[in-house]
Write a protein that binds this ligand. Structure first.
Ligand code: UTP
Length: 275
């Protein structure tokens, strides 16, 4: 069973400057809810109650968000606004949150390795909160756990992207193993290739299930693209042994780390809220 979800949330969020100068990207709201709260709700829906968050400098607001605010609660108690805190209160009471800091921002792979102390020696989920996913019958993590139960190896969520955008993603090559489930056995993966070098247009999005041997691999992984320790490079080691499955998830993803995706998500959720 997958019991813990790791949230790497230490990145600088440079695409969203100046908003992210003093505010964590993960705290940017879609309507009234910060991105990371959507992520925690998705993990909870998948039956995960332990949230492990990798933070960095300037990210204290995340810890405060998942804590009780006594003064505020006292202020609005008994009034009509009290119900606005119902969802977050329920999350706080149902889940546990633990934190560790990534001191140097050496990439997503390094952030995941930093989280080892919170995860230990068990398979775990990874959720990048700026990829906001919605729309399937069940959440993407819940879908991926079903895939994990079948294959018992690392799982990456993928989607088809236009070829001219391959240089923004980790791209996989693989062979279809189950047409109805849309799963591929990964044979190659490349971080942010130019379109002419991309092995396909199947891009990894911000959802992973990882087996714990990934930590030992990450310890040995040299900095790759952009001088950062890339999770894609570590996963390639598992893929060479046939131990990575890519899953084309059901639903829709918004890249809320950039302005276009953020606005699209805002419009989508606003329309939804209007019924
Ligand atoms: P991104 O590639 O989106 O980088 O990281 P970023 O810094 O967050 O945003 P931009 O591109 O500068 O606007 C993907 C995920 O990995 C985390 C980020 O927080 C994000 O969730 N990350 C990245 C870390 O936790 N540590 C790092 O050193 C790098």
């Amino acid at each position: 069973m997958i019991k813990k979800c790791l949230f790497p949330a230490a990145g600088y969020g440079t695409r969203f400057l100046p908003a992210t100068k003093a505010t964590p990207k993960e705290m940017l709201p879609i309507l009234t809810k910060p991105l990371i709260q959507y992520g925690v709700e998705e993990a909870l829906e998948a039956g995960i109650y332990t949230m492990a968050i990798v933070t960095g400098r300037g990210k204290r607001a995340i810890e405060d968000h998942f804590d009780v605010s006594y003064e505020l609660e006292h202020q609005i108690k008994g009034g009509s606004k009290e119900q606005l805190l119902d969802e977050i209160r329920s999350l706080i009471s149902r889940c546990t949150f633990s934190y560790t800091r990534q001191v140097e921002m050496k990439g997503l792979g390094h952030a995941i390795l930093t989280g080892e102390t919170l995860i230990g020696n068990e398979p775990f989920a990874v959720l990048l909160a700026d990829d906001l996913c919605t729309g399937g019958q069940e959440g993407v993590l819940a879908q991926m756990i079903a895939v994990y139960e079948k294959y018992q190896c690392s799982i990456v969520a993928i989607e088809e992207i236009p070829f001219d955008q391959t240089n923004k993603y980790g791209i996989i090559a693989g062979t279809l193993v189950d047409k109805t489930q849309d799963t591929y056995r990964v044979s190659d993966m490349v971080e942010k290739p130019d379109p002419q070098d991309a092995p396909s247009n199947l891009a990894i999005i911000g959802r992973y299930i990882l087996t714990p041997d990934i930590f030992d691999i990450l310890r040995k992984t040299k900095p790759g693209k952009g001088g950062e320790i890339q999770i894609t490079d570590a996963l390639l080691e598992q893929a060479k042994e046939g131990r990575v499955i890519a899953y084309k998830f059901k639903g829709r993803r918004f890249d809320c780390g950039g302005v276009d995706g953020f606005v699209e998500a805002t419009n989508y959720f606003y329309k939804l809220s209007q019924g």
